[in-house]
Unconditional design. Structure first.
Ligand code: SAH
Ligand code: TMP
Ligand code: ZN
Length: 405
C-alpha cells in the first residue's frame, strides 16, 4: 500500500504502466543486461488531492554526472526562459544587487539571462555534466540537490534570495516538505518564489500519460501547490498558464503575511474543480483513455509495418520512453529515433532498445511515418520539417489522441 508523500493518507493507484526503465537512461548495448526496471504506477490521494507516482527510483540514480537532458536543445525553450527571466526581473523590480537563485538550473539556459546582466545569482543543480555547461557560460552553479539543508547553507553564505526560480524541477523532488521549508528559509521577506511545472489539468485534458515517469514525482495544480506551500507560510499569489511541455503553470508565491492574491488564482482553482481534479472518477476515466490510446497507437504502427512502410520516432524524449514501453513498440516496428542531443545519439532507447540517431539519419532518407515523441515542440518541429510533409512523409501523433497527419 502506498501512502501519500504529502499527507500520509493511503493513495488510490489509477494507472499501472508496468515495469519501466528510467526514462532518460539512454544506454549502450553492453548495458542492456544490467538495465534497471521499476514499477511505474500513478496514484491519487483522496485526502489532499495530490497526484503522484507510487514508487520512485533514487534521485541519485537519475540526476548525476551523465544526465541526458539539456534545456538549451530547443530554440523555443531558450526563448521561453529568456521571457521567464525578464518577467521575474520586471514584475519584482529586481536589480543586479539582488540574489536570484535557481533550483534545477541545468545547463544555465535560464540563469544566463541574469548572469550576463551582472546579477548576483546561483544555480543549484545536482547533475554535474549539465552544471559544467552552465559554468562554462559564466553561470555560478552549486552541484548539489536543493532541500532544506542546502537552502540554509546558501542563506548562511550569501544571505536571503530576492527571487528563487525553477522550471520543471519542483515536481521532480520527492520530499516536497523539505523544498517548501527550504524556500521559506532562503527567501527574503519581500522575496518571491516563481516556478513552472507541467500541470495536472493539462495532462488530464490532453490524455498525456507520457508525462508520468520516474522524474515526475508529482502532477501539480494550483490547489495542491497552494495547500503544500501554505503549510510552510507561503501563499500562492498568482498563476499563469504556459504552453511549454504540453501545458504548464507558472506559480508565484510569497511569504503569507500581507500577501495579496490575484484573481487568476481563484479562476484556476475553479477550473480545476470543474475538471474534477479532486475526484476519483476523473482518474478512472483517464485510465480508460490511456488504454484506448495504447491500443490505437499499436494498431497504427502495426498496420504501417504490415504494409511495408518505414516508421521512425522523432525526438528521443523521456515521454517517448514511456510510450514505447507502455505500448510495447519494438525495434522491428520503429527503425530508429531521431534526436539532436549529442549525449543521446548512438545510444539506445531505455527498455525498448531502439537506436537513437542524429537528425541527419532522418533528413537523409525520409521514412514513411514519424511518431512525434517531442509533441510539446510540435510547432517548432513541423515548421522546420515542412520538406518532410511536402515529400509525402506522415506524422503520427498520440496526443490528445492517436491520429495521422
Ligand atoms: N530547469 C531546466 C531543467 C529541467 S530537468 C528546464 O526546465 O529545462 C530537471 C533538472 O532538475 C535536472 O537538471 C536535474 O538534475 C535537476 N534536479 C533534480 N533534483 C533536484 C534537486 N533536488 N535540486 C535541484 N535540482 C534538481
Ligand atoms: P523535451 O520534450 O523533454 O523538451 O525533449 C525534447 C527532445 O527532443 C530533446 O532530446 C531534443 C529533441 N529535439 C529534437 O531532436 N529536435 C527538435 O527539433 C527539438 C525541438 C527537440
Ligand atoms: Zn495526500
Amino acid at each position: 500500500m502506498h501512502h501519500c508523500r504529502i499527507c500520509n493518507h493511503p493513495t488510490e493507484t489509477f494507472l499501472d504502466l508496468g515495469p519501466m526503465p528510467l526514462a532518460n537512461a539512454f544506454l549502450l548495448p553492453e548495458d542492456f543486461l544490467r538495465e534497471h526496471f521499476y514499477s511505474l504506477r500513478a496514484a491519487f490521494c483522496p485526502s489532499c488531492g495530490m497526484v503522484q507516482i507510487a514508487d520512485n527510483p533514487d534521485p541519485e540514480d537519475m540526476f548525476h554526472g551523465d544526465y541526458a537532458y539539456f534545456s538549451g536543445q530547443s530554440r523555443y525553450m531558450v526563448q521561453h526562459f529568456q521571457g521567464f527571466a525578464h518577467s521575474v526581473r520586471d514584475t519584482l523590480g529586481l536589480g543586479p544587487k539582488d540574489l536570484v537563485v535557481e533550483i534545477g538550473s541545468n545547463d544555465g539556459t535560464m540563469l544566463t539571462n541574469f548572469a550576463s546582466a551582472g546579477f548576483r545569482h546561483l544555480g543549484i543543480e545536482p547533475s554535474g555534466n549539465v552544471a559544467d555547461v552552465a559554468r562554462a557560460k559564466g553561470v555560478e552553479t552549486l552541484v548539489t540537490f536543493f532541500n532544506r539543508e542546502t537552502a540554509l547553507a546558501v542563506r548562511e553564505q550569501q544571505g536571503p534570495a530576492a527571487a528563487i526560480i525553477g522550471a520543471n524541477v519542483v515536481a521532480h523532488i520527492p520530499d516536497m516538505h523539505s523544498v517548501a521549508a527550504g524556500i521559506k528559509a532562503l527567501l527574503a521577506p519581500d522575496g518571491s518564489f516563481v516556478f513552472e511545472a507541467p500541470d495536472l489539468a493539462s495532462m488530464i485534458v490532453n490524455g498525456a500519460y507520457d508525462q508520468i515517469y520516474d522524474e515526475h514525482i508529482y502532477f501539480l495544480s494550483a490547489s495542491t501547490v497552494a495547500h503544500v506551500f501554505g503549510l510552510y507560510g507561503l501563499t500562492l499569489v498568482d498563476v499563469q498558464e504556459q504552453w511549454v511541455h504540453g501545458g504548464s503553470l507558472r506559480f508565484w508565491l510569497r511569504h503569507s503575511e500581507g500577501a495579496r492574491i490575484s484573481d487568476a488564482v481563484a479562476r484556476q482553482l475553479a477550473k480545476e474543480t470543474r475538471l474534477g481534479l479532486g475526484e476519483t472518477k476523473t482518474y478512472d476515466a483517464f485510465r480508460r483513455r490511456c488504454e484506448k490510446s495504447r491500443d490505437q497507437l499499436r494498431q497504427v504502427v502495426g498496420d504501417a509495418r504490415a504494409a511495408g512502410k518505414r516508421v521512425v520516432g522523432y525526438g528521443a524524449t523521456a515521454k517517448g520512453t514511456i510510450v514505447l514501453n507502455y505500448c510495447g513498440l519494438t525495434p522491428e516496428m520503429i527503425e530508429f529515433v531521431s534526436d539532436t542531443t549529442p549525449a543521446k545519439q548512438y545510444k539506445f532507447t531505455p527498455g525498448t532498445h531502439i537506436p537513437v540517431l542524429p537528425h541527419g539519419a532522418f533528413a537523409a532518407d525520409y521514412p514513411d511515418y514519424a511518431v512525434l515523441f517531442a509533441w510539446n515542440h510540435r510547432e517548432e518541429i513541423l515548421a522546420k520539417e515542412s520538406q518532410y510533409a511536402a515529400k509525402g512523409g506522415k506524422w503520427i501523433f498520440y496526443v490528445p489522441d492517436v491520429h495521422v497527419l
